[in-house]
Ligand binder design. Structure first.
Ligand code: SF4
Ligand code: SF4
Length: 276
């Protein structure tokens, strides 16, 4: 039985027995190579679930959509390792109760789909540890290395050019599981902190503010740069910030559901007394 069939069977059992009220997974997209999120509530619909190498979107953000978990019922969700890390962060930031989440874990290597053993977030700690210690994806690393070799001025020009393309559509924010604020700072206009029109200063402000907001929280799922209509390599900025946070604080985001947020917690004996 293929992994897709195994997970369909499991989804059917969970929905039929009332163990979960919904399964969030992947279904047919607009082209043969695309998948779109599917929200299944009836056991009769599980045949619509798909699982293959085109299932790349991190679906964890749907878990914090308004009211979904407020009835304390369980929801099952298809997640790759990045998505499981995101669930840990959302739990650590009190956005969801990890007990309500049933994970259909999977990973893709080449075009091979592998099932990940476990159901609850804590059962995937070895998988998450292996990402922390593993090498980044080759296609991403090439551009990353190129940017790293640039002088500060060249790097500044590179990002200036990239951010100049931004049209302030906020698709990156909408696609990001870590951007769950009910009201984003960019939507506030009294006072208006960030320019909403798309010009150099406002674009820089928006992208830099977002990068800082994601520091120590981004799971590098790539939802943002896949959503960006002008192809700004957003994940690279967040990858750089993740490296900084790992080096400075030995913090790899999403290791566990009890991991303290690195930039939103402090210790009373912290030598930097300004914080108190
Ligand atoms: S910033 Fe981008 S890569 Fe990071 S968690 Fe959000 S969507 Fe994923
Ligand atoms: S998705 Fe791209 S174009 Fe849209 S706001 Fe984000 S960076 Fe700008």
């Amino acid at each position: 039985m293929s992994i897709e069939e195994q997970y369909r069977t499991r989804a059917k059992e969970l929905l039929s027995g009332g163990a979960v009220k919904m399964v969030i997974g992947y279904g047919k997209g607009t082209t043969p190579s695309r998948r779109r999120p599917l929200f299944i509530t009836s056991p009769d619909d599980v045949e619509r679930l798909m699982l293959d190498d085109a299932c790349i979107t991190n679906l964890s953000g749907y878990l914090v959509s308004e009211g979904l978990l407020s009835d304390e019922k369980r929801v099952a969700v298809f997640l790759r390792p990045e998505g499981i890390r995101a669930v840990n962060i959302l739990a650590a930031e009190s956005q969801l109760d990890a007990e309500q989440i049933v994970i259909f874990g999977f990973d893709v290597s080449g075009n091979e789909v592998q099932a990940l053993k476990g159901i609850h977030v804590e059962e995937f700690s070895d998988v998450i540890r292996s990402i922390k210690e593993g090498a980044p994806e080759a296609d991403e690393e090439e551009l990353f290395e190129k940017i790293e070799k640039m002088s500060p001025q060249e790097r500044f020009s590179f990002w200036q050019e990239e951010f100049a393309k931004c049209i302030k559509c906020y698709a990156c924010r909408q696609a990001c599981p870590m951007c769950y604020c009910r009201r984003c700072i960019v939507d506030s206009n009294q006072p208006q902190w960030i320019n909403t029109s798309s010009h150099s200063l406002g674009n820089f402000e928006w992208n830099i503010v977002r990068a800082f907001h994601l520091s120590g929280r981004c799971v590098e799922c790539g939802n943002c740069d896949r959503a960006c209509p002008v192809n700004i390599p957003l994940r690279l900025i967040n990858h750089r910030m993740a490296e900084e946070v790992l080096g400075a604080f030995d913090h790899f985001a999403g290791m566990s559901k009890t991991q303290e947020p690195v930039l939103a917690s402090f210790k009373k004996d912290d030598s930097e007394t300004f914080i108190l």
